[in-house]
Structure formats: C-alpha cells, structure tokens
Design a protein around this ligand. Structure first.
Ligand code: IVH
Length: 676
C-alpha cells in the first residue's frame, strides 16, 4: 500500500471503530458482529504497529493507556464548574420561574427538563477537535486530571465529528455506573476481600481517580454529557434542546430522557411522570434538572458563587432510612423550653450517622403517633437536620410505649407549664441545672462574651465538681482549682482565665445579648445598647419606653421587663458589677453610636456576583444603614463591593484608589453594624 493510502486506511478504520463504539456503547444497537468489530480493531492495531509514524494518542487503540500515572495533576478550569440549587416542592419551582421571569423581563419562559444523574461531574476539553484532557470538578475552580481513566470509556468520543470544529471547547457531564454494573463490581470486590463501594457514585469517583487506567478499563463506566464550559470560535445553538442535538451529532452520549416544556406549569404537571421514570432507570438519578431553554438568557440571569440562576434541581425523594426509637428524652433549653428528642438506633443517612432526632413538641408526637420502640422512617429534610417522617405501624409488636410528657421537668422536677399560645412545655425554675448550663454556654458564646475554650464538656466538669453554680461564678475560677480538673493543664487553665479577664471589657450590646433574655437576639440587643447607656438603664426601662424603640414589639418588651423583675437576675447583674464586668457604655461606644455606623453617608458600588446576596439585597442593606449605592465608579465612591467575576468597575476603582470590600468583609461590616 502506498503511504498515502495507508494513512487513509488508518483514518478510516479509526472512524469506523469510533462509529461502532457509538452504536454499541451509546445506542445499544450494534450494526456489526463482535467478530467483524474485532477484525477492524486488529487491522488498525497491526497497521499502527507497522507504521509507527501514523500512531496517535487519539486512536481508539490507545484508549487503555499502558502506564499508570504517578499522580493526578491539578487542572485549573477555564470556567468554574458550578453546582445547582435544590428544590423539593412544586411551589419552589414556581418561585424559581417567577425569579427567572423577573430577572429576564420575560412574561413566559420555556424549560428543558433532564434527569439529574447521580454520578461524578467531568469536563472534557477538546482542542482542535481532539480530546486534550478530562478533569473532575474538584472544588469547582481546580479539578484533577483524569484523562487516562476517562479515555477508557468507549462512549466518550476522542474526536469531534461535526464541522465547524472549534479551537477549544469544553463538554461537560456526568460519569456514572449503572446499578447492575455496580453490584457486579462490588460482588467481585467482596470475593477478592477488597473494601466495597458504598454506592454507584462512590464507585464511579473511585474508578476515574484510579492511577492505573488498565483497572479502570475493566469497569464499565458510562457517561452522559449535557452542557459546555469554555467555547471558542464557534457559535453553539442558542437553545438547550439544540445544544443536546449538537452533542448527539458529535456522537456524545446524551441522556434520551429530556423534554422541553413551554412554561413552568407544564413542568409542574409533569413531575409525577418524571418521578415514575426515575424509578425505572437502570442508574441513579436523584431528581431532575430544570433549565431555561433560551441560552441567551443565561448570562443575563448570571449566577451566585455556587450555582447558576438559570437552572434548578428538583429532588423527588430525599434519602430515607429505617431505624428504631430506643427512647424519647426531654431536653431542657436555656430558656426552659422542653423539647422531646428521639434516641435512635444509629443509622447511616446521607453520609452521616444519625442517633438522635428532635421530635419538636408533644403535639407533633401525638399527631404522628410516635412511640418508644417504634420503627420509623427518617429523612434529612432538604438539609442536614434529620426528622422522623412517619412510623411503620405494620411492624409494631404491641410493646411500644406511647409518650407521656409527665408533670415535672426531667432535670429538676419543678412543674411544667404549657402556655396557651405555644405548643412547647416549659420548666419555669430559673435554677434548673439544664437551663443553667444552657445559659452559661450562651453567655460564653461567640457573639456574647466570646470566651474561647468554654465548651459543653468543660462546663459539665465545672458543674460536676461544684466549681460553679451560676453564670458569674465563672469569674471566681482560679488556676489552682481548674488544674484539678481532668485534661486541664496549667496552660489551658491560664488561657481560660485570660479569656474571662478579657471578657470583662465587654460592649453593652454583647452584654445584653449574653444575658439570654427570651426573644432578645443580636439585633435587638444592638438596638437596646444604642438607646441606653448602661445595663442598669435597660433594667429600669418600662414597657412603654421599650416599645418606643424601633423593631421592639410587645412580646419582647414584656420579656425584657419580666427578666429584670426576677430576683435571681437582679442578683446576676449585681454580681457582674462586683466582678468588674463593664456594664456601662464606654466613651468610644458612645461616639460610635453618634457616628452611626460603617455604612452611614458612604457611597458604594457593587460589582460581580456575590454568594450570599443578590444585588438588590446588598443594596437594600446598605441603604437601610444609611449608605448609598451608585452604579458607576467615580471620585465620590468610598467602597467597591466585590463579587465573583467583577467587571471593568474593579479596574476603574483601582485607578481611583478606591477601597475594595470583598464579600466576606462586607458581611463582617454588616454583622458589626447589626451588633454582630
Ligand atoms: S446542568 C451547574 N444537568 O449535578 C452547571 N447537571 O448539583 C449546570 N448533574 O455539578 C449543570 N445531571 O454534575 C446539569 N442533567 C444535568 C445533570 C447535572 C447531573 C450534576 C452536575 C452538577 C450537579 C449539581
């Protein structure tokens, strides 16, 4: 064969093999026999062997690299790989739609819905039409190079097929295991005495991060691609449905279950259909992703630091677990509120072991008919806090014990009181040890007296050893006594005492907050501190005077007056003074009050996307505190508040030498202004 012909034949074989890979691995519909396929493959291998000058790393024969890599190289993503925010209720989908319509100015938006594959996100970079690297998501900014293992996935094309070919394009999607393949893999591992993978997603992650591609090649990983990162030199279609077609045309595996809807109502109406479909899929999909079809709107909507605003995930079922209730205990909070808590047989749920769950209040227990000994279904309600969804009544033995509140506090046995307007029973004994413990912890907490090192364990020993009986006893502690405690060396003792000493010079607003007056949070403490000049003044204030302050209503005003009427609390304040805790505002606090706050009278410019605030939220906060927000940077600008991907405003601000506030600092200023 002439060399030109050889080159052509090699190229043709590569094309043919990739095409048959696609028919086999993506379409599940081979058009030639295995034998015929093997013949093509063998011919290619032989030609590449004989004519090394035509070898190419992108040849289908090179999918299984011979050598393990020594480590996974870090790869900086040219565009961040984000996550999606989750919703659980149809109402939240409608909120999402409303937000999108408001931000985009459109009356109606059409959406594309796709299954949310529970796999591992990857990005595939194609340079001049060939795969140059594959990387994991990592922290979203920097991922790991997994080209060697991703190449072993036959359904992922090593070249782009459809002209025009962009100079660089990132195709993104998900790598996953089908459930059956995962089971087979685990069975094999069990036989070999290797640790099992917890679920298909972990197996997929573990496999693509293998250093040795030959091991990865033995495992049938699969992929679905659905979006893009960096795109250079070509105009991709401007609708998500058409982009999926583009991917299909280029022989990428695309999930066949996607559908376009003309408005959010149609999406909501289709939810139960999707839910049924999810259950029938051979792989795990933990929900659906709803994306605005019109891609020209995506940059208009932009993104928060974590996720784009043009897409949202809808999760059908949260992960659930069965377990039994070993006991129902009553927990007494610092304000005396009694919360029933289920002690559970420990069980894994959503990545953590759960052994307790709040049952909220006796009414809730009665409504769900939860009994000691019951088998229950647990769920993590959209977040990290587990809740008991329901009781599995079919498996009751008859020995389950209904919950009875009892008449006394579980800690001090004083009578419980249930107020009419709340479902929560309360212990009204101010000397109740459980309340005391809660109060001391609150007193020491970060935004109160901020006494570092004072945690629940240390407090327990202090109480147990009888070293303290009330909050102010903290200030009577001495090194020699502290050292008698277990695990308390001289150094830790000294540190604690130094913290306590330092805490005496406390601001009035922190001190008010530290008292733990019911209904008085950080912000109200700040308001009180601004109006009054000392703790005594607050203590003497009448309900009317309190009511005249901004944001203080009847419940809070009453609660404050009541607090200072209780003799134990009066004693507390006397003791605070006795031990040298500052209860009056200092000169600098007073002048800070006059100065108003950080924001007053200053001009701000916002740029870039912030994680915690939308533009209008940030603007509202600044204006609420007396600042001004303008859209252009000028010599009058005091601060530029910086989000992600700031625009040209930042350059301009630098030119003018304007101070820059990053989101974190901005948040700090807000907290400071709010009294922390
Ligand atoms: S669109 C945010 N579509 O879910 C960038 N993501 O929680 C746009 N995922 O990191 C992603 N199936 O790895 C999109 N059909 C799908 C998806 C999907 C699974 C993953 C993806 C993302 C994560 C977000």
């Amino acid at each position: 064969m002439m060399s030109e012909n050889i080159k052509k034949r090699i190229e043709k074989l590569r094309r043919l093999i990739e095409e048959h890979n696609y028919r086999y691995y993506v379409e599940n519909n081979p058009t030639i026999s295995d034998l015929e396929y093997d013949a093509l493959y063998k011919e290619l291998e032989e030609l590449e062997e004989r004519y090394p000058r035509y070898r190419s790393p992108h040849s289908p024969t090179q999918r299984v690299g011979a050598h393990p890599v020594s480590e996974l190289r870090k790869i900086q993503h040219p565009m961040p790989m984000m996550s999606i925010s989750n919703t659980y209720e149809p109402g939240e989908l409608k909120d999402f739609d409303r937000r999108c319509r408001n931000l985009s100015g459109k009356d109606i938006l059409s959406y594309v819905v796709e299954p949310k594959i529970d796999g591992v996100a990857v990005t595939l970079m194609y340079e001049n039409g060939t795969l140059s690297y594959a990387a994991t998501r990592g922290d979203g900014t920097t991922g790991e190079d997994v080209t060697h293992t991703v190449k072993t996935i036959y359904s992922i094309p090593s070249t782009l097929k459809s002209a025009p070919i962009p100079s660089r394009i990132e195709v993104r999607g998900e790598i996953y295991f089908e459930n059956e393949d995962f089971e087979i893999l685990n069975e094999k591992r069990q036989k070999e005495g290797k640790p099992l993978f917890a679920n298909p997603r972990n197996a997929a992650a573990g496999t693509i991060k293998l250093l040795d591609p030959r091991i990865a090649a033995e495992r049938p990983l699969k992929a679905f691609l659905y979006t893009f990162g960096l795109v250079e030199n070509i105009d991709l279609p401007s609708q998500q449905v058409l982009r999926l077609s583009w991917l299909k045309k280029n022989l990428f595996p695309v999930n066949p279950h996607y559908k376009k809807y003309n408005n959010v109502q149609q999406v909501v109406e289709s939810l139960s259909e999707w839910e049924d479909l999810m259950k029938s899929l051979p792989y795990n999909a933990d929900g659906i992703v709803i994306k605005i079809n019109d891609i020209s709107l995506h940059p208009i909507l932009g993104s928060t630091l974590k996720s784009p605003r043009w897409a949202v995930a809808y999760k059908f079922t949260q992960e659930q677990a069965f377990t039994t209730i070993k006991d129902i205990r009553l927990q007494v909070g610092r304000t005396g509120a009694i919360t029933p808590v289920a002690e559970l047989e420990p069980v894994r749920l959503g990545g953590t072991t759960i052994s307790r769950a709040s049952l909220h209040n006796p009414d809730e227990i009665e409504r769900k008919d939860i009994r000691k000994g019951d088998t229950v279904i647990l769920e993590k309600g959209g977040g990290i806090i587990p809740r008991v969804v329901s009781v599995v009544k079919d498996v009751r033995s008859g020995n389950e014990k209904p919950f009875k509140l009892g008449t006394g506090c579980p800690e001090c046995n004083s009578p419980l009181k249930i107020n009419q307007d709340e479902a929560v029973p309360r212990c009204e004994n101010i000397n109740c040890p459980a309340q005391l413990k809660g109060r001391i912890l609150h007193f020491c907490s970060r935004y109160a007296m901020n006494i570092e090192g004072m945690g629940p364990a240390l407090l327990d020993s202090l109480l147990k050893e009888g070293m303290i009986y009330k909050v102010t006893d903290l200030y009577t502690l001495r090194t020699s006594r502290l050292q008698q405690l277990e695990r308390m060396g001289e150094k830790s003792a000294d540190n604690l005492l130094r913290e306590l000493e330092r805490s005496k010079d406390v601001s009035l607003s922190r001190l008010i907050y530290a008292l733990g007056i019911r209904h008085v949070g950080l912000r109200s403490a700040q308001i009180l501190a601004r109006h009054f000049t000392s703790l005594d003044e607050v203590a003497r204030a009448s309900e009317e005077e309190l009511l005249s302050l901004p944001e203080i209503g009847t419940t809070m005003a009453r609660s404050i007056v009541q607090f200072f009427q209780i003799s134990e609390n009066q004693e507390l304040i006397e003791n605070l003074k006795k031990y040298g805790i500052k209860t009056e505002k200092s000169q600098s606090e007073k002048s800070a009050d006059r100065e108003e706050n950080f924001f007053t009278g200053k001009n701000f410019v916002l740029t870039g996307a912030m994680e915690e605030f939308t533009r209008s939220e940030a603007k509202e906060i600044i204006e609420q505190y007396g600042g001004r927000v303008t859209s252009t940077v000028s010599g009058n600008t005091d601060y530029i508040v910086l989000g992600e991907n700031p625009g040209s405003k930042l350059d301009k601000a630098r030119k003018y030498g304007i101070s820059i506030l990053r989101e974190r600092d901005f948040e700090k200023k807000i907290r400071l202004t709010q009294g922390e």
